[in-house]
Design a protein around this ligand. Structure first.
Ligand code: AMP
Ligand code: TRP
Length: 338
């Protein structure tokens, strides 16, 4: 049997569960922009149905959805080159998600480390949606037969689950309908760490605002946060090896490399021996020079919410054209009459 060929297609998503961080920008959006207009069709989504797996105030959810969309646009996602929309506008995601809930096994879901981390000791009080979320994520990807998914390191396990779901579906229904999607996790910033604790990921929802850079932070806030970032007292080493066991130092070097489109090795070569009194201000200036134009543009876009909504609706129209036939074909394969 010959393998079916799938159109090279990228899908990725970001939850509107708060403002965008530097982690989202370097680990996701900047890389999404890089994949646009090349060998792949690119589809990017504000995954609002994922956000409500934990409580979201309705007015804030609508605002955060527009803010994430504005972040995509301001960073360079071009609606004439990529499909950009919010997930709930394309109902096929939720419909395929249900079918995948019947394919995924409880044993698989129980291994998801993100759920365990988020639920902590309070698993009994979490929503069923939070537990089932990786199966909806598989549907987000496979409803487009996406072949590649650029994500940060924290999402690797969920893309592997997506492959398991595709493989089990194909096996159970004796078909080769769904592709085995590849995660794309590359570059120096696939895991941007918290500025106050280099062992934790930078996230939208950490306790203190000082631990993250928000895309909408102004120059003063960005400088202050980098200058107060936790580090050890030693200066930057001569080689990258010297950053082993120095997670906070390594993180700042990685951020510098990602912002300046170079490698951590090159950053060390340039700044070997520098103390934090020199490196942190240089990093802050670099971050401000890269982020200020994006946050200015985000602010401008957010002053015109009707325009953002129009772009999302038009993206959803294009997304449906790809998703609907794949959903209908899935229904046929499963034996659902229509
Ligand atoms: P989320 O904000 O959880 O919806 O994440 C959206 C995308 O940003 C995913 O691809 C994540 O892997 C990526 N991401 C989020 N936080 C970070 C981080 N601290 N470092 C690198 N990538 C991140
Ligand atoms: N689960 C991802 C996150 O928390 C967001 C997401 C939802 C996603 N659906 C996706 C990412 C599909 C890539 C592809 O970051």
């Amino acid at each position: 049997m010959t393998e079916p060929t799938f159109t090279p297609r990228v899908f990725s998503g970001i939850k509107p569960s708060g403002g965008l961080t530097l982690g989202n920008y370097l680990g996701a959006i900047k890389r999404f922009v890089g994949m646009q207009g090349g060998a792949f069709e690119t589809i990017y989504c504000v995954v609002d149905l994922h956000a409500i797996t934990v409580w979201q105030d309705p007015a804030e959810l609508a605002q955060a959805t527009r803010e994430v969309a504005a972040g995509f646009l301001a960073a360079g996602i071009d609606p004439s080159k990529s499909i950009l929309f919010n997930q709930s506008m394309v109902s096929a995601h939720a419909e395929l998600g249900w079918i995948f809930n019947c394919v995924a096994r409880l044993g698989w879901m129980n291994r998801m480390t993100q759920f365990k981390e988020k639920a902590g000791k309070n698993a009994e009080k979490q929503s069923l949606g939070l537990y089932a979320y990786p199966s909806l994520m598989a549907a987000d990807i496979l409803i487009y037969h996406a072949t590649h998914v650029p994500v940060g390191e924290d999402q690797k396990q969920h893309v592997e689950l997506t492959r398991d779901i595709a493989a089990k579906f194909n096996h159970d229904y004796k078909t080769d309908f769904f592709p085995l999607t590849e995660p794309v996790i590359e570059g120096p910033a696939t895991r941007v760490m918290n500025l106050r604790d280099g062992t934790k990921k930078m996230s939208k929802s950490g306790e203190s605002d000082m631990e993250r850079i928000n895309m909408l932070d102004d120059a003063d806030a960005i400088s202050k946060k980098f200058k107060k970032a936790r580090t050890d007292p030693a200066p930057l080493p001569e080689t990258l090896d010297g950053l082993k066991d120095r997670p906070e130092a390594r993180n700042l070097v990685d951020i510098y490399a990602a912002l300046s489109d170079t490698t951590p090795e090159a950053v060390i070569a340039e700044h070997a021996g520098a103390g934090w009194g020199a490196f942190k201000p240089a990093l802050a200036d670099l971050a401000v020079s890269k982020l200020a134009p994006i946050s200015d543009e985000m602010g401008r876009l957010m002053n015109d919410p009707a325009e953002i909504d129009r772009i999302l609706r038009s993206g959803a129209d294009k997304a449906r054209v790809i998703a609907e036939p794949i959903l209908q074909r899935t229904y046929d394969i499963v034996g659902l009459l229509r």
